[in-house]
Design a protein around this ligand. Structure first.
Ligand code: ADP
Length: 371
């Protein structure tokens, strides 16, 4: 049954009940009061000793009673017809007012279901229907955002996969045609491209887990010095190999931080790995930690290539690389800092970068709440 009919029947039911109550009260109460009144008048007449006049009044009483009932019934009938007509008109108006936004929402939902995420509805009322329209628009905007992120991700991933695949294909064709010599160096180059693909897929898996907040965190109190020293000890040989000095500078008496040790070591490894990668030979990298409000602030400072102000805001977005060709050549996919951001945020910390400008080094900071 349509909403219009439901409203109509509701109004008719209300009118019918009102009429019923009126009919019952008129049928029982009014005639009694009326006849009491008539009897009083009749009694008064007899008392005055006028018998024939008393009989006349009795006949008149019956007639008046009948015509009263007739008048009341006819009034009720007219009132009933008027009530049904009014119910029809009112239900039509109310239905139109309610149905119009509902129909618009139904149409817009249909369009969104067909993939037209730009659908929005304008509303005029400030009632619950207006609120529903607002919620619908918010839902549509959020769906549009998710859809554009999905499209961007597909575009980014296919772009990232395209380059190493094209390289591998090129080498294979060259080998088949005999244009490229089948030397160990050639196989090494193919192997490097396959390696890059493998690393990209692994990073993507990790990114998708981090973005879905599916990385389980085992939080426990960790001394900042322990976290920093473990990572620096592990990376020291690579720094020595490139002749980049690695220094640790920790404030005394730092309280333990609430952290998943493995994950925070992963963040530090990523920041130190980047610092090493983007700092030329004979440069210097310093890892420090100090107290800042109710958190410990870690910093990885390097004397490397630095970052422009515009890049500082973008480097934590996935697939963002400042110099695309240079990073790709060195194996970077622009995912490391995105994963680091997710990990730090899952610890209720913050991560950001600062740099005075190109060729002036950069510093990456992140905070972790203390226990
Ligand atoms: P990648 O794997 O490409 O290094 P990241 O997400 O770790 O990806 O870093 C994103 C981009 O940020 C890098 O491509 C690089 O351009 C820039 N970047 C990161 N760390 C540094 C740094 N210490 N100095 C200069 N640029 C950096």
């Amino acid at each position: 049954m349509s909403l219009g009919w439901k409203f109509f029947l509701t109004y008719v039911a209300v009118a019918a009940i009102a009429l019923l109550v009126m009919s019952i009260s008129t049928a029982f109460v009014a005639p009694e009061t009326f006849s009491d009144h008539m009897q009083y008048m009749q009694g008064g007449g007899m008392m005055m000793g006028q018998g024939a006049r008393g009989q006349q009044i009795e006949v008149l009483d019956d007639e008046l009673d009948a015509s009263f009932r007739e008048a009341v019934n006819s009034a009720l009938l007219r009132a009933g017809i008027a009530a049904i007509l009014a119910a029809g008109v009112v239900s039509w108006i109310v239905t139109q007012r309610i149905m119009r936004p509902l129909r618009t929402i139904a149409d817009a939902s249909q369009k969104i279901a067909e993939g037209h995420y730009e659908q929005r509805i304008t509303h005029t009322s400030r009632d619950e229907l207006g609120e529903m329209v607002d919620s619908f628009n918010r839902m549509a905007a959020s769906l549009a955002g998710t859809e554009s992120m999905r499209q961007q991700l597909i575009a980014d991933v296919s772009h990232e996969l395209k380059t190493p695949l094209a390289s591998i294909k090129g080498y294979m064709e060259g080998l088949q045609d005999g244009v490229i010599p089948a030397t160990p160096e050639t196989y090494q180059l193919v192997h490097r491209e396959a390696d890059r693909l493998q690393r990209l897929v692994r990073d993507l898996q990790e990114l998708s887990r981090a973005e879905a907040s599916a990385v389980p965190l085992t939080m426990r109190p960790c001394p900042p010095a322990g976290l920093v020293n473990t990572v620096t000890a592990r990376l020291q040989p690579q720094f020595a190999e490139k002749d980049v000095t690695l220094t640790v500078d920790l404030s005394a008496n730092l309280p333990p931080v609430r952290a998943d040790e493995d994950r925070i070591e992963q963040v530090l490894t990523n920041l130190l790995g980047n610092a090493l990668q983007y700092t030329p030979e004979h440069g210097a990298v310093t890892v420090s930690a100090r107290m800042a409000a109710d958190a410990v602030e870690f910093a990885v400072h390097d004397t490397g290539i630095g970052l422009e102000p515009d890049d500082l805001t973008h480097i934590f977005q996935r697939f963002y690389r400042v110099d695309k060709s240079r990073s790709r050549a060195s194996g970077g996919s622009g995912i490391g800092l995105t994963i680091a951001r997710h990990i730090v945020e899952a610890h209720e910390g913050a991560i950001w970068a600062e740099s005075p400008g190109l060729e002036q080094g950069s510093t990456f900071y992140f905070t972790l709440p203390t226990t």
